[in-house]
Design a protein. Structure first.
Lengths: 531, 183
């Protein structure tokens, strides 16, 4: 890893990738392995495994510390917690819950008249899920996961179940509902030279031992081994386009001393996450693209989505060892995946349960925060009781795409002179109803499991998607199914910003599958795309 | 990102260790009466009183020194929970404004400073703040301020290796926190 002033090449490269997270590192690895000269620009600091300190407090330094972002609306997306700044991006501290999206996620508008259709179907993406799960290593049990769409079995067995998982599973079983090992990109066995996870629950701090499939472990080593160059502290401040506006010709980088350098490339990939990507497109306006790049349809920044987290907790008499396991959980249930399951409650959309997540005493998702009403001696008492008998699970609730949930530019500027972003997000009423329905089901499960106290949390925001959605034409989307801008085909978006709908599962596996598909397309159609 | 320890101010450093910065836990910094860099004496007194109401033992664990240290450094290195909660850095005015508002509430309700309240009065005051709707409150949202300060108190008491041990939670670090957080 190199610092910006010394590391930026003076020669043109084939591809410049903005962002070193899940999408950027995947794209860089596949293109570099395909023989392309790749430069990765990371706005934030260089970070290696040694920076991933096992501490809920130090973990906060791994989150977003870049230019300020105004996180607004009735239901803010939780930008700082859900993103990151530095090598590996948000995937550096993601929990690696990697379920597949379902076939019905891809044509929701056609089937139900809600939301949008994707410009591809599940069978188009399935081979890439298979490829990525082999590459990154996913643990799970495809047979027990009765809801799972067709695909190759997991390369590693399901994760172990600790007493917290056993306790909650009892509730699902009593109600006639199935559970299966949570599909998770964490090693349940030694895998390709990587050690088995110790189930210590430090995923949110970033996994330094290679058990969790973060970019440091998977794609950045592959990218650099194939010759890609990663330059840190190199914020992209503008995408530079040709005079006629038909092509991207490079990326302008602003260095700490205020000087600017343009790196030229045949293809520009923006993989800077769902908020920074539209910010950069909007901030790169030219006379030919007066409303921002890729914005002829006025859709850049629109359809920002986040999953509402349905937090359900129980206190059991048995010792649940709630600190053991992975942060993402031990078990999954997707009985509520069909979009109209909870229609009687005024709800629409899918959700799944992530069951028995490892918890720490403190922090945003820690034990203390589950009862924010308690303080004083009562809080001490709760901490002692909960350490022994706590159990929790989280629903991942689909967020219907809403056109006015969006990223816009403000009239304030960051220290590089780029307008800062405002995110506005109000959850759709049917998505709120879905979240409420999940809480009702979750409480029923906890009670059936024998919890002596059951309670729920506020609607947390998990994941950020949309903002540069894919579709079939500039009238309905910003990019095609490969992430190429309709208006500028050698400017490519990668990441969850492409999602036209949010589905009811965690997005990172789908980000990887889409990126692998896009990289393959670029390599096979290089002349056409790169010119 | 550089790994940064809990490092006390430069003035004390030469004084104590002949040129080496001294690493301390917040509790040790409190015991050593390390000078505050951002919070003034009035704020510290209110913080101590509020901390004891929110989580007994948190003041002695160095809550005020912990917050002062975090507010005095680079915002990018901040470990305060507030950074997750939609408040833009720097956070100094959030804390100062919240402490001022809490003291003003004590004076409005009980006619005396927060530091002079009985334990019962302080508890009733904090209960009012935790509900979020406080008449005449002048500061950052009362409920948010309560949540942030309560989280800070939990962090210094239970967010360390020592705190985990008190609860019987195995710490199981891959990489130990580099400071003397664990004591």
């Amino acid at each position: 890893m190199t610092n910006a002033s010394a590391g930026l090449p003076h020669e043109p490269v084939d591809v410049v990738v903005v962002g070193s997270g899940a999408a950027g590192s995947n794209m860089a690895a596949h293109l570099a392995e395909g023989g392309k000269r790749v430069l990765i620009l990371e706005a934030g600091p260089a970070r290696g495994p040694g920076h991933l300190i096992s501490s809920t407090l130090y973990a906060r330094r791994v989150k977003w510390t870049g230019p300020p972002v105004l996180d607004e609306g009735k239901n803010p997306v939780g930008f700082v917690f859900n993103s990151a700044y530095g090598t590996g991006g948000a995937a550096m501290h993601h929990y690696a819950v990697w379920p597949r999206m379902h076939p019905e996620d891809f044509d929701m508008h056609s089937r139900h008249g809600r939301g949008l259709d994707w410009p591809l179907k599940y069978p188009d993406l399935a081979p890439y899920y298979d490829k990525v799960q082999q590459e990154a290593g996913v643990s799970g049990d495809a047979t027990r996961e009765v809801w799972r769409p067709p695909g190759a079995p997991y390369p590693m067995p399901g994760v172990p179940v600790f007493p917290q998982g056993t306790a909650i599973a009892r509730g699902f079983t009593k109600l006639g509902k199935a559970v299966a090992p949570l599909p998770i990109a964490v090693t349940s066995t030694n895998y390709n030279g990587r050690p088995t996870c110790l189930w210590d629950g430090w995923c949110d701090s970033g996994c330094p031992i290679g058990a969790l499939a973060n970019p440091l472990t998977i794609h950045l080593p592959k990218a650099t081994a194939a010759g890609a160059i990663l330059v840190s502290n190199a914020p992209a401040t503008r995408v530079v386009t040709s005079d006629d506006g038909t092509r991207a010709i490079g990326v302008e980088v602003t260095l700490d001393d205020g000087s600017r350098r343009t790196v030229t490339a045949k293809i520009v990939v923006l993989a800077a996450f769902a908020v920074e990507n539209p910010r950069l497109l909007l901030a790169s306006a030219t006379p030919k693209h007066a409303r921002g790049l890729g914005n002829s349809g006025g859709l850049v920044g629109r359809y920002i989505m986040t999953h509402a987290a349905g937090l359900v907790y129980g206190l059991f008499d048995e010792d649940t060892h709630p600190y053991m396991g992975a942060f993402g959980g031990q078990l999954v249930n997707q009985d509520s995946y069909p979009k109209t399951t909870h229609a009687k409650s005024g709800a629409f959309g899918s959700y799944q349960w992530m069951i028995a997540q490892a918890v720490k005493p403190n922090d945003l998702l820690g034990i203390a925060t589950t009862r924010p009403d308690l303080f004083g001696p009562a809080l001490h008492d709760f901490m002692k009781r909960a350490t022994r008998g706590f159990a929790g699970m989280t629903s991942v609730c689909e967020d219907l795409p809403v056109t006015d949930n969006r990223v816009t530019l403000t009239d304030q500027h960051d220290r590089y002179g780029v307008p800062i972003a405002r995110i506005t997000h109000d959850t759709h009423a049917e998505s709120v109803a879905l979240w409420k329905a999940s809480l009702a089901e979750g409480k029923e499960v906890m009670q059936a499991a024998g919890a002596r106290e059951v309670w729920t949390g506020p609607p947390g925001s998990m994941h950020i998607m949309g903002g540069t959605i894919m579709g079939t034409a500039s009238g309905n989307s910003v990019t095609n199914s490969y992430g190429q801008l309709h208006d500028i085909p050698n400017l490519v978006i990668a990441g969850p910003g492409l999602f036209p709908t949010s589905a009811g599962v965690n997005p990172t596996f789908t980000v990887h599958a889409l990126t692998a598909r896009s990289a393959e397309r670029m390599l096979s159609n290089w002349q056409q795309i790169a010119g | 990102m550089a790994r940064r320890d809990f490092i006390v101010g430069g003035a004390l450093l030469t004084f104590t260790l002949a040129g080496c910065q001294k690493k301390m836990t917040p509790a040790q910094a409190r015991a050593a009466e390390v000078p505050f860099r951002t919070l003034d004496a009035g704020n510290v007194a209110i913080l101590d009183a509020l901390g004891e109401t929110l989580l007994p033992g948190s003041s002695g664990a160095g809550l005020a020194h912990y917050i002062d240290h975090q507010l005095s450094g680079d915002a990018a290195d901040s470990m305060l929970m507030i950074k997750y909660l939609g408040v833009a850095a720097p956070f100094t005015e959030f804390y100062a404004g919240g402490l001022r508002a809490t003291d003003a509430l004590a004076r409005a309700v009980y006619g005396k400073a927060l530091t002079e309240l009985s334990s019962g009065q302080a508890t009733a005051l904090v209960a009012k703040m935790s509900g979020g709707q406080v008449e005449g409150w002048q500061g950052p949202p009362a409920g948010l301020f309560y949540f942030v300060l309560r989280s800070d108190a939990v962090d210094v008491v239970y967010g360390t290796k020592t705190g985990f041990e008190q609860l019987g939670v195995p710490y199981m670090a891959h990489i130990e926190p580099p400071s003397r957080w664990g004591e």
